[in-house]
Design a protein around this ligand. Structure first.
Ligand SMILES: O=c1ccn([C@H]2C[C@H](O)[C@@H](COP(=O)(O)O)O2)c(=O)[nH]1
Ligand SMILES: [Zn+2]
Length: 159
């Protein structure tokens, strides 16, 4: 008889997004994105990090100060990285699992790529202008928003 306590698709893909986020060097917010086809095949992954050639050790990770000395000018967001990493895949009708609700800039990229659903875990910037604009665009574009409901299942990995 088959096992019955296997993880479901949502746990699997959000779990992979959470694991992917662990690659981020951002000291404050580690974000992961996992793009999945309608057939539940993983099309791409991404996390927030500095652009290729911009050393993680030489770029700023500060949140405040002179804008040119903060991470915000430079860091490439998880969703954008996942979309750019999927250059050879058609993302029409895909779902993206993200550990943090997308900002307005990632929202534009998600919409333009044809992704049809965003499943998000955290939403800590819900009331920011960026999140308000993101929700406005998703609604206009007909992209489905689904808040991930944690199941409480814990995954332990010995690495
Ligand atoms: O859509 C998004 C929004 C943000 N991120 C990344 C960009 C930054 O590295 C962090 C946010 O840092 P805070 O210190 O929480 O302001 O998250 C992203 O990947 N995708
Ligand atoms: Zn973003």
């Amino acid at each position: 008889m088959k096992r019955t306590d296997y993880i479901n698709w949502d746990e699997y893909f959000m779990g992979i997004a959470l694991l992917t986020a662990m690659r981020s060097k951002d000291p404050n917010s580690q974000v992961g994105a996992c793009i999945v086809s309608p057939e539940n095949k993983i099309l791409s992954l991404g996390y927030n990090g500095m652009p290729i050639g911009c050393s993680d050790d030489e770029m700023p990770w500060e949140r405040e100060g002179d804008p040119l000395d903060t991470k915000y000018m430079y860091v490439c967001h998880a969703e954008l990285n996942a979309i750019l990493n999927s250059a050879h895949n058609n993302l029409k009708g895909a779902r993206v699992y993200v550990t943090l609700f997308p900002c307005n800039e990632c929202t534009k990229a998600i919409i333009q790529s044809g992704i049809a659903e965003v499943v998000y875990y955290g939403d800590k910037y819900h009331d920011s202008d960026s999140s308000v604009a993101a929700r406005f665009m998703f609604k206009k574009a007909g992209v489905k928003l689904t808040a991930y409901t944690p199941t409480g299942r814990r995954a332990e990995l010995e690495l």
